[in-house]
Write a protein that binds this ligand. Structure first.
Ligand SMILES: [Zn+2]
Length: 208
C-alpha cells in the first residue's frame, strides 16, 4: 500500500508531493519498527509472568481477564518481579478463600510473597452487583480504576518483598510514574484505610 502511494505520488512530478511520499514511506516504516520494538519489550516484560484462572471460568472468560491484566501490568513499566504468578478467582469463591486465610473480607487482592503469587478477585475485572459498589465505596476509587490500583499496590508488595501498606502504596505511586520503587526511607503517615489493613494483615500475606 505504501509503494502504490509512492508511485502515485511520483507520477505527479512535484517535489512537494515526492517529499511527502518519502516522509510517509519512512514514517510508516519507522512507526512499524517502533511498534514492533514496543511489542517486543512488552512481551519480554511479561515473559516470566504466569497467568491463571481458578476453577469456574471458561477459556474465553479467562482469556479476557488475562488480557486486561496484562494491559494493566504493561502500564507499570518498572515491571513485576520475575517468575511471578497472577491468579484470578471468581467472586463467589473469593470470600471463602479470604476467610480460610484469615484475610480482610473487604480486600479484593492479596499476595503470597514467598510463593510469588498474587490473587485477584473477579470483581476487579467485571462488575458484580453489590460487591463492585462495595469496593468502589470502600476504596474511594471508580470501578474502571480498581484493577490498576489493586495491581499497583500488589506490585509494591511484590517488589518490596512484603513491606508495610504504606511502603506498598508509595511503591505503587512510583511505579505509576515509571520509577523503580524505593522500598526504604521515611514513610508518609498512614491513612485510616492503610491503618485498618496494617492492623488486620497476616504476616505471610499482604493484601490490597
Ligand atoms: Zn497491601
Amino acid at each position: 500500500m505504501t509503494t502504490v502511494k509512492c508511485f502515485h505520488c511520483l507520477s505527479r512530478s512535484t517535489v512537494h508531493a515526492c517529499l511527502l511520499c518519502v516522509v510517509i514511506f519512512w514514517g510508516k516504516r519507522q512507526l512499524a519498527s517502533a511498534v514492533n520494538a514496543l511489542q517486543q519489550r512488552q512481551s519480554d516484560a511479561l515473559a516470566t509472568q504466569g497467568f491463571f484462572c481458578r476453577a469456574g471460568y471458561d477459556s474465553h472468560e479467562c482469556e479476557r481477564r488475562i488480557t486486561e491484566l496484562k494491559a494493566v501490568l504493561i502500564q507499570y513499566r518498572a515491571g513485576a518481579p520475575k517468575n511471578w504468578r497472577w491468579v484470578i478467582v471468581r467472586s463467589e469463591d473469593w470470600q471463602p478463600l479470604a476467610q480460610s486465610l484469615h484475610l480482610d473480607r473487604e480486600s479484593p487482592a492479596f499476595s503470597a510473597i514467598t510463593e510469588r503469587e498474587t490473587f485477584l478477585e473477579d470483581a476487579l475485572f467485571f462488575a458484580h452487583p453489590g460487591r463492585t459498589d462495595e469496593l468502589v465505596r470502600h476504596f474511594h476509587t471508580p470501578f474502571d480504576q480498581l484493577l490498576s490500583v489493586a495491581v499497583g499496590h500488589e506490585l509494591g508488595h511484590a517488589i518490596c518483598h512484603g513491606g508495610s501498606e504504606a511502603i506498598a502504596n508509595r511503591a505503587a505511586e512510583q511505579l505509576r510514574v515509571g520509577k523503580y520503587p524505593d522500598c526504604a526511607g521515611n514513610m508518609k503517615s498512614l491513612t485510616p484505610i492503610e491503618e485498618l489493613y496494617l492492623h488486620s494483615q497476616s504476616p505471610r500475606f499482604r493484601h490490597f
